[in-house]
Design a protein around this ligand. Sequence first.
Ligand SMILES: Nc1ncnc2c1ncn2[C@@H]1O[C@H](COP(=O)(O)OP(=O)(O)OP(=O)(O)O)[C@@H](O)[C@H]1O
Ligand SMILES: [Mg+2]
Length: 283
Amino acid sequence: MPTKITVRGVNKVFPGARQPVQALQDAHLDIAANEFVTFVGASGCGKSTLLRMIGGLESPTSGEIVVNGQPIDGPGIDRAMVFQHYSLYPWLSVRENIRFCRQLKAHTRERTDADVEAAAGRADALVKLMGLGHAEKAYPNQLSGGMQQRVAIARALMSRPEILLMDEPFGALDAQTREVMHDLIRYVHRIEGSTIVFVTHDVEEAIYLGQRIVLMAPRPGRIDTIYDVPLPAERHQDMKLAPEFLRLKKEILARIRETSGMKTDLEQLEKLSAQNVINKVPA
Ligand SMILES: Nc1ncnc2c1ncn2[C@@H]1O[C@H](COP(=O)(O)OP(=O)(O)OP(=O)(O)O)[C@@H](O)[C@H]1O
Ligand SMILES: [Mg+2]
């Protein structure tokens, strides 16, 4: 597969309250067309910053990001973003939410009847793809979190983006709904042929979804290790119990702990009791 996204020597420095924050240091990454890549790592390691730079919402302090051979310069219709918070329009129905951006575009002067029809057809197809048929007339406040996120994904797919950038999109959902969404997003990936970059805190989610995992580390934010996921293209939930899945999960969790200086709860407790802090806390 040809390269879709290239991150080349990217640095990002934010001003910061006291001193500049190196959110990302010398990041290099190639993502192939139709690849599904997940970013994991401790809080503050620059996952969202890198994703937002690929989306064109932030620009690198130095280095460049190339999409389809062209350095990017801001957001583009070839890239769509989905965040944890659904940000649907509460006054629009499911179907209207999905169509909304295309309607805006369709109101420009170049609009043709064919454009409007194509948009309606696309909206219908996405309503079906995301299993929203029975809810298309409902309003966001009548939907569960999982359903709202389906609408947000459908809306992002409306313009047929080649690249879908997702920042902890399922972070607010319960475990069962997340599992359903995992299979759904993998299905979307296959059917739409999109390239997906997906940020998560959840290592299991990163392995189940990704073909490769980019592990990032904080202070300074950087790419630490890239893992190939040793699972077949077709995934099913039972694979989470496979030895190769569990081995990779353990390895990644250990590396996150190592690179972030995080301690396990048990280590924290041992440290505190060694310092006699726990014994001093009044009962
Ligand atoms: N707009 C900003 N202004 C100043 N500092 C920022 C800004 N955005 C991010 N940062 C800093 O850059 C670093 C990386 O932040 P980023 O949000 O990319 O991390 P993250 O890996 O997505 O974290 P989390 O897992 O908590 O979402 C952090 O230290 C953060 O405080
Ligand atoms: Mg983030």
